[in-house]
Design a protein around this ligand. Sequence first.
Ligand SMILES: [Zn+2]
Length: 459
Amino acid sequence: MLMTVTSAKRGAFSVIGMSTRIAARRTFVDGRFVPATVVIDEGRITDVTVFDPMADRVLPDDAVLLPGLVDSHVHLDEPGRTEWEGFATGTAAAAAGGVTTVVDMPLNSSPVTTTPEALDAKRAAAVGKLAVDVAYWGGAVPENLGSLRALADAGVVGVKCFLSPSGIDEFGHLDAEQLEACLAELAEFDGLLIVHAEDPAHLHADGALGPHYADFEASRPPVSERAAIRRVIEAARRTGARAHIVHVSDGEALDDVRAAKAEGVRLTVETCPHYLTLDAAEVPDGAAAFKCCPPIRGAANRDLLWAGVVDGTIDAVVSDHSPATVELKSNPDFGLAWGGIAGLQTGLSSVHTAARGRGIPLEDFLPLVTTGPARIAGLAGLGVIAPGAPAHLVAFAPDEEFVVDATALEYRNPVSPWHGQTLTGVVRETWLRGESVFRRGEPVTVRAGRELVTTVVEA
Ligand SMILES: [Zn+2]
């Protein structure tokens, strides 16, 4: 068995020939902010030393130096639905949001990433377009159960399934029996299943719902998540497989997660900026930019999610960046509009703004947007400023405010539920392997991103 790390990058990246030093009075090292100088050689951090005011770059005192963020839940939609997002615009948005590694979802691209051939098609489409690094999730659907090892060997970091209709016909969902079979299959090679957990038995209404958000929220009640999460916990317990619940919206479901983790079930969970920062009661009529599944819920539920962030029940906060065209996001009927929120570029700022309002310091939630998602996706060594790590860095001004203008974001489609909101915390510059790939106010032109794909070739 031969392991090879391959890269689709062509051309744009130039290796830095001599060491560069970036210094900041507040550098995030080992879970806290300290004055430090980061020494970079050939794209890697070779040392973290005392703060040197004579370093090549010294951040101003109002900025902190962070490790590049990892976002393990991003829909880039290419190939096949490039009009929704695409590698070029999506990874540019990541760079502008301080995210240096994204893990792309197996849908809503076409083909969906459920076979090694589909992964090849996706990788071919990525060539030359990546502003940041990209890894891939595969998909587990009824048709490919029994063939998941081949997909893992082709280089996906894990597979995703739905327990309710995905909205994409060729990406079918798994019933209870198939879920169990899928986990049993993955357990054989310690593969990871990530699960969209809504139980279709508790989902109401297909079709028109009207312009009131409350009617949409009621059509996908918290019990649908709770029932599905319980099913995953039980199947993970029986099979011993690793399971991860994507985009938990229901705060009460976290009690089951706590209990399962305490018992030793191999379970992780994530939530998203929209669930932590938005409130169902404040969603305007007909505002499809806010529609996603499971839905954004009320303020009391949001408090429960934050409690899960603070006590460590929630392992990661990731965007579930899931854009669609302006046209699909313009239908004022919450039942008919496409679901999915675009939040990749605003994730750090939106969560930081909300956390600060709750008195939660930046250093407390940074692991949930760096090492947490890196660990879930099996991308060891990312999300830290430490010797040996790739020099993915972000200059972030935590006190600076800005007003979100959806048309100024790097997304293919100018849709954001945070449009018009004042957020605190500005990404000023992002470095990928020591190379500046984003500077605020300038277009993203460097395409130095690589694919993080570990293929296994049978000898
Ligand atoms: Zn998603």
